[in-house]
Design a protein around this ligand. Structure first.
Ligand code: PSV
Ligand code: MN
Length: 427
């Protein structure tokens, strides 16, 4: 945990004290319910304590990436202050010890000094994110018509070099991954040659892959549309998988929950990627219509649970464990909108991800398998619903409490006055 706590410990302790009596009663009640089902709550708490999810540097300023910005007082002015806010989320949730940086939005002047600053706050760095979807001030060539897919080799070279620079910065920070998301695509039929654009992209990715340190992973994100409105080059998991296959064993697909057309069966996509050993990780968020970047679990909590159901199932599957002893998809939140205080938003998302994971742990897998084998959809669905409908809040709270975090992170944050203090200091 953090060496330097951004919120005084007494404040968290006081908030926990106020909530403790009720928490203990709720915890005992849930322990009884689970015991009757043959589940030991202590085992679940132990597993709940192991879940970690990274937070995005770009999620700490309101609406940092899209549409209108309505800044709130006390927003971080630079990457150092974003780290401080990230440390608040980690202090209160006990489950977000890593930050994912977007370059050049949060390009550090001195990566080693930033690594030290992070370490003082108990933080490390997750995957690096390159940005070839915007032109930056002073940039020589434009990405208006694509980056890694561009028809002009000089533009492709510039984009490749930017990704290699991200790897270099990431090495100094102690990161172990690079996430590539491309806005490359066309908005009109005929604008780009569909096959050649993909060939050029894979060729560029190969250049980046060659520069990848041997203990790194390359995550290839996909998105069906936006900002290209007719054809995105890496539009779905199939194309991401194809690219990963071409590149080699360090390349994986990254599932951003917001990057699917409405009603896509995302849990099935996850199952497929696990089956082909190419599930690299997630960008958690939620959406009603498209890439809305809403808080994880805010719109479709059952879907989030079903995604975790696949992940937990794979973790407990003996065949998968044998084939891949280190089945460890990277979990990250990717959201940024313009209504909530970003710290509260990230606390909410982390909590909902935690909740979905713990509910998935409660699924009676033996019973589910039996019902599947017996072709009994009613009982199979009931087995899932029994877990999903269990209020696991006391388990989440207990896992946090045991890690020195807050029983109720939002209440502790609100009582800390952190944002008001930041507003004074960052004026
Ligand atoms: C694109 O919509 C995306 O999901 C990618 O992960 C970007 O890196 C991120 O959002 C920030 O714009
Ligand atoms: Mn994303």
């Amino acid at each position: 945990m953090a060496k330097r706590k951004p919120i005084p410990e007494e404040i968290v302790e006081e908030a926990n004290e106020a909530a403790l009596d009720r928490h203990e009663k709720d915890y005992q009640a849930l322990a009884g319910i689970l015991e009757r089902r043959g589940t030991n709550i202590e085992k679940i708490v132990a597993e709940a304590m192991r879940l970690e999810v990274a937070v995005p540097s770009w999620g700490f300023a309101q609406g940092g990436t899209r549409f209108g910005r309505f800044p709130i007082p006390g927003e971080p002015r630079g990457v150092e202050e974003k780290l401080q806010d990230a440390a608040v989320v980690n202090q209160l949730t006990g489950m977000t010890p890593r930050v994912s940086l977007h370059i050049p939005w949060d390009k550090p002047d001195n990566p080693r000094a930033l690594k030290r600053a992070a370490s003082e706050l108990g933080l490390k760095f997750d995957a690096m994110n390159s940005n070839t979807f915007q032109d930056q001030p002073g940039q020589e060539l434009s990405y208006k018509f694509g980056s890694l897919c561009h028809t002009d080799p000089a533009v492709r070279r510039q984009a490749i070099e930017h990704n290699i620079e991200c790897i270099e910065i990431g090495r100094a920070l102690g990161s172990k991954g690079l996430t590539v998301w491309l806005a490359d695509g066309g908005s009109f039929p005929g604008q780009m040659h569909l096959r050649r654009a993909l060939d050029r992209t894979i060729d560029s990715l190969e250049n980046i892959y060659t520069a990848l340190p041997s203990d790194w992973r390359l995550f290839i994100e996909y998105k069906p549309f936006e900002p290209a409105f007719y054809s995105t080059v890496i539009q779905d998991w199939g194309t991401s998988w194809l690219a990963a296959q071409e590149l080699g064993p360090q390349a994986f697909c990254l599932v951003d929950l917001g990057h699917h057309l409405p009603n896509t069966n995302i849990e099935q996509v996850v199952a497929r990627l696990i089956a082909v050993n190419r599930l690299g990780g997630f960008h958690f968020n939620d959406s009603k219509y498209a890439d809305d970047d809403l808080s994880a679990g805010s719109i479709k909590p059952y879907q989030l649970f079903l995604v975790f159901n696949e992940l937990v199932d794979a973790q407990k599957d003996r065949v998968i464990r044998k084939r891949r002893p280190r089945f460890a998809p990277a979990y990250m939140i990717d959201q940024s909108h313009n209504l909530k205080d970003p710290i509260e938003d990230l606390i909410q998302s982390a909590t909902e991800i935690h909740r979905a994971f713990v509910k998935a742990l409660l699924v009676n897998r033996k019973a589910l398998e039996r019902h599947q084998e017996d072709n009994d959809p009613v009982m199979a669905e009931r087995t899932l619903k029994e877990a999903y409908e269990t209020d696991v809040s006391p388990i989440l709270a207990e896992a946090r409490r045991r890690k020195g975090a807050a029983l109720d992170p939002i209440a502790a944050y609100r009582s800390s006055g952190y944002r008001a203090r930041a507003a004074e200091e960052r004026a």
